[in-house]
Design a protein around this ligand. Structure first.
Ligand code: SF4
Length: 336
């Protein structure tokens, strides 16, 4: 499988990996360095090829080098859930004779098998059709409904427990994930939410990657200020733990408040309840939470929503009302 999309997309691909592994045995995966750690301990995965497409392997020379490495492995079949030219070219240049991808991909003419991508439904089921699934939550094999899962290890869980103990955070804490690669997907109310939670005696952990560390510190500062001066406690784990340990930390939370971004899918995979705030995107795109206790928070009525598949860097209308007008009290009520 070649899956070099964003981290959240890789998480949502894990049921497809499981379905392929059931049929063919553990799968080799080409993915980004950011997502590699999530897959290298996954039981459906045999080997992970790290492809740093934005770093030292950027451009055609890097792609050619990886293709030559894969060619030497003599792969029989490539599954291509990411509809990019780069993934298609990699499979062709690696000399992989069977190449399976979506019929609406720009590079579809390079595939040997084109599969119709379902229009509706959740992304997990849409991806599963590449393994012969129906797109209706069932696989053609007759196996049970798919579940997103991570290969967390005992070490990952121990690292999360150590971090929580070191910061004096006990069970039942609220996790906040204020970051997103896409600017307009970031809800600006996390600081105020943190202040109210801490003021109400809750323990709060801000989660994210190293890129989110500054934003996380701002949320911690807001939660530690005058308004947050209650009996609660707040700390930032953003950038402090490796990816799988971060997921293990989210697994220990009572609830995660998140934007439409990767932590939402990490929480789903670990069974943690989610409060997901949607702004420029909508759950109907197929990336929303689906647990019976999960909650979706979004602007009640705004004609410009949704305005792009990912959420633009800046609001094209300049007001960002889809997020600015989502009130803290609504999110607080969803947290419970
Ligand atoms: S155009 Fe509308 S949906 Fe898009 S970012 Fe602006 S307010 Fe949000």
């Amino acid at each position: 499988m070649v899956q070099t999309a964003f981290l959240g997309d890789v998480v949502l691909t894990t049921p497809l990996l499981v379905a392929l592994a059931e049929r063919h045995g553990p799968v080799d995966v080409v993915t980004t360095p950011a997502a590699a750690a999530l897959l290298e301990t996954h039981p459906a995965v045999r080997r992970v090829w790290r492809y740093d497409k934005k770093g030292h392997e950027a451009g055609l020379p890097g792609l050619r080098r990886l293709a030559a490495t894969l060619r030497a492995e003599g792969y029989a079949r490539a599954v291509l859930p990411h509809r990019s030219w780069r993934s298609a070219a990699l499979a062709v240049w690696a000399g992989i004779p069977e190449r399976i991808g979506f019929a609406d991909a720009p590079a579809r003419f390079t595939y040997t098998e084109r599969v119709v991508r379902p229009h509706g439904g959740h992304e997990v089921e849409r991806l599963l059709v590449l393994a012969g699934g129906t797109g209706n939550g069932e696989r053609g094999t007759g196996a049970t409904a798919p579940t997103v899962r991570l290969g967390l290890t005992d070490e990952d869980r121990a690292a999360a427990e150590r971090w929580l103990a070191d910061h004096g955070i006990g069970p039942g804490f609220v996790a906040l994930a204020p970051g997103s690669i896409w600017g307009t997907k970031r809800w600006p109310g996390y600081g105020e939410l943190a202040a109210q939670l801490v003021g109400g005696g809750r323990e709060v952990v801000v989660v994210g990657g190293a890129d989110d560390a500054r934003l996380a510190e701002e949320v911690v500062a807001a939660g530690s200020g005058e308004r947050g001066a209650g009996s609660g406690r707040i700390a930032s784990a953003a950038g402090a733990l490796p990816l799988r340990a971060s997921a293990a930390l989210i697994a220990r939370a009572e609830v995660l408040v998140t934007n439409d971004s990767a932590p939402l899918h990490l929480a789903t995979a670990t069974g943690t309840r989610v409060v997901a705030i949607f702004g420029p995107t909508v759950p109907a795109f197929g990336f929303g939470p689906r647990g019976p206790r999960d909650r979706i928070v979004e602007h009640p009525g705004l004609d410009c929503r949704p305005c792009s598949p990912h959420g633009p860097a800046r609001c094209p209308l300049g007001h960002h009302r889809c997020m600015r007008e989502v009130g803290v009290e609504v999110v607080l009520e969803a947290v419970g």
